[in-house]
Design a protein around this ligand. Structure first.
Ligand SMILES: C[S@@+](CC[C@H](N)C(=O)[O-])C[C@H]1O[C@@H](n2cnc3c(N)ncnc32)[C@H](O)[C@@H]1O
Length: 206
């Protein structure tokens, strides 16, 4: 399968999956997408006024940020047409485009290089997480940062963690360990039981 075919297949999977799930997404995901509010709270302590989220889903994170910092400019790149439609309705103040994390022109979303790019439980669904991180870091404004939160390595011996890892595989959720290791990121932090990981990655010259 070439890159175009595999992106089409991924888009079709996401649309099938989120067609119904998007309606119950926010109330259910609060019980297992941990660490998101911590990353958002940290972002809100920093100075920036342009931010793009990759895979914003329902737009839940963008709404949290917008509530506290309404004058910033927000954008997003989303591979699922179903989620994109949902987020556009809920975040009319954001510039939201269809695209794939690995290849989207992120500088075009707001018409300027963003100061922050957020990946919240998106990178683990992306087919090529290393390419997605590279694409984001190259698109950042000088001095900008990628902020990331996602499933950790679940290396815990706690059996529900191992079961969760197996379960997630069925939903195209893979490991981001190798992609993160390849960045040489030093600012990795783990949640309890290594359930989630947060990271900050600096801009690199495009
Ligand atoms: C688990 S949801 C997380 C949504 C939101 N970021 C949150 O924290 O609630 C992952 C999102 O990433 C999107 N996604 C998956 N693969 C993608 C890709 N290659 N490029 C852009 N978005 C993608 C999915 O359609 C979905 O909206």
């Amino acid at each position: 399968m070439d890159a175009g075919d595999s992106q089409s297949a991924h888009r079709a999977f996401l649309n099938r999956y989120y067609r119904t799930v998007r309606h119950v997404y926010d109330p259910t995901r609060r019980y297992f997408l941990f660490g998101r509010d911590r990353v958002l709270a940290e972002l809100l302590l920093e100075s920036w006024d342009t931010l793009i989220e990759i895979g914003p889903g329902t737009g839940r994170n963008l709404r949290v940020l917008h509530r506290t910092r309404p004058n910033a400019r927000y954008g997003g790149v989303e591979a699922s047409d179903e989620m994109l439609q949902h987020a556009r309705a809920r975040c009319p103040w954001a510039s939201l485009a269809h695209g794939f994390a690995e290849s989207a022109d992120l500088g075009a979303v707001l018409g300027v290089r963003p100061q922050r790019i957020l990946f919240s439980y998106c990178l683990s669904m992306v087919a090529d997480p290393a390419a997605a991180l590279l694409n984001a870091r190259r698109a950042l404004a000088p001095g900008g940062e990628v902020a990331l939160v996602d499933f950790g390595d679940l290396r815990s011996t706690w059996s529900p963690a191992r079961a969760l890892r197996a379960f997630l595989g069925a939903f195209h959720v893979g490991s981001i360990d190798r992609a993160l290791a390849a960045t040489g990121a030093s600012k990795l932090r783990w949640g309890p039981g290594r359930y989630y990981v947060t990271a900050r990655l600096p801009a690199i010259a495009g």
